[in-house]
Design a protein around this ligand. Sequence first.
Ligand code: IPM
Ligand code: MG
Length: 367
Amino acid sequence: MTANRLQVAVLPGSGIGREVTAEAERVLAWFVRHRGLEVDVAHPAYGPEAYKATGRMLPDASLATLKGAHAILFGAAGGPEYDVIPAAEQRAGGLRFLRKELDLFANLRPVKALEATLDASTLKPEVVRGVDMVIVRELTSGIYFGEPRGIETLADGRRRGVNTQVYTSDEIIRVARVAFELARSRSGRLCSVDKANVLESSVLWREEVVKLHSAEYRDVELSHQYVDNAAMQLVRNPRQFDVILTDNIFGDILSDCAAMITGSLGMLPSASLSAPDALGRRHALFEPVHGSAPDIAGQGIANPLGAILSLAMALRHGLGRDDDAALLEAAVGTALGRCRTGDIAAVGQARASTAAMGQAVLDALEG
Ligand code: IPM
Ligand code: MG
């Protein structure tokens, strides 16, 4: 490990996470060979294998490696391999813990309709064509982390499950700032999504977003939608959105909904970022939006484009290589354009060969 080289940590995880991450690593190797990218790639022990060997899902040494990385490439977690791991250990080493431990509060989930896969969407092509939005989801607070939480048995024998939706002003402001900055760098429109007609945490959310807007971001066009309306608008007219800002649980739900605009969850990348420290360094984890898909794992048919596009986000947001990120995104577009119609339909349904799709991107990079 050399101080001035970029550090990349790869956590393929389980299920199709392994297959798609292998393709992303092949593409990363291309950038090392052809674009002078200088990286050390580490594979810290993680997940069911680490648990079997050490009794810990995320051993301390692995966590230290992750904390020192400029970019973490994550595949997918969960599935039957996790059944042997006690629930407490799963919590201690799971994705939710990792997000909190690395303070990855800003989750960027771009949703872009690609011409080659328009037909794969369940929505009409004329509704989907041209969609290009980013959902900025708050990732380390809200109902996912709020206390009190738990399941208790009441005196009369009934059971009660409790979770708490909670936001503080600083948590709202820091993620709103990320969204405003992003909107400013794009078309200048931001839609903040909440449930301020019912929830106090959302009333505060809206007040803080409005305050920040008038103090620092008047050049950005700000609108607000209630989350139920936003879900409807996403399928009614998704082109109205540029940047969407929302909280943890609403972002979880809306991002799956928005994913289907592209016809395939398998195509979507994400970036989860912390605030920069005094030296400008921040933690950054990149993962496809899809899960470990145990039903198709091990068959070599998972769509690797979400993982490969996550690598593009890593090049941009973690490794400071904007040009390489753009090159890779263009190559994915070219690769899709070159696919036979049958392959394209297959990509939309994640039924194309994983290795062939990875190779198609490498071929497109070669020109
Ligand atoms: C996501 C996932 C996770 C979440 C799960 C796996 C905990 O659905 O990243 O969207 O709910 O945040
Ligand atoms: Mg989700």
